[in-house]
Design a protein around this ligand. Structure first.
Ligand code: FES
Length: 196
């Protein structure tokens, strides 16, 4: 029997308290993706074993939901809000500016993986439209940049593309414009926020 890899053992430990069957499958997938940033082949295999499911079934569920990824994420993702309030305030122009600056398509990333752009849904903070949120896995950063313009969106994408950290970008008022920057979770978005 092949030795268990460290990653497989980690996934097994993460899911140890879940019940076999379909009932806990989404919870399992969210846990694994939160820990590793994506769902690898090994993770799918171990998840299926732990829950007593076929790997093909687990794979089918992963591909059904847009929030799950099968590839490692970018170092920093710009999540673009596709909701109506953001679109009404030039969200489309902001999206196009980010894509052109990063040189990739929606849900893609730069060739070196430094920066990516992902489709987001309205998170209920429409008063901050148009907005993107900056997600950096390594530092657990997930912050809104609201009241964005296309010009500042270009600066944001360019800085991340060139290797700036999320913290550096969020501290740069020529990028945020002094607009609200807070936690992307709606219930905490106003904590410590400042208005332009
Ligand atoms: S439409 Fe963008 S946050 Fe609601």
């Amino acid at each position: 029997m092949p030795l268990e890899t460290e990653a497989k053992a980690q996934v097994r430990a993460l899911l140890a308290d879940l019940r076999p069957g379909h009932g806990d499958l989404l919870a399992a997938l969210h846990r694994v993706q939160h820990e590793f940033g994506y769902l690898s082949g090994d993770a799918i295999e171990v998840t299926a074993q732990q829950l007593g499911l076929f790997p093909a079934h687990v794979y089918g569920v992963i591909t059904y939901y847009a929030e799950f990824r099968l590839e490692p994420p970018a170092r920093v993702d710009i999540r673009w809000c596709s909701g109506p309030a953001c679109r009404a305030r030039n969200g489309g122009g902001i999206r196009d500016a980010i894509l052109a600056t990063l040189g990739c398509a929606m849900d893609g990333m730069t060739a070196d993986g430094r920066a990516g752009v992902r489709l987001g849904q309205c998170n209920g903070t429409c008063e901050l439209a148009p907005q993107v949120w900056v997600e950096e896995r390594a530092t657990h950063t997930n912050a809104i940049v609201g009241g964005l313009t296309a010009a500042r969106a270009v600066r944001l994408a360019r800085a991340l593309r060139d290797g700036a950290t999320a913290a550096a970008v969020l501290a740069d008022s020529t990028i945020t414009g002094g607009a609200i920057v807070g936690d992307a979770l709606p219930d905490t978005v106003t904590a410590g926020a400042t208005h332009a």
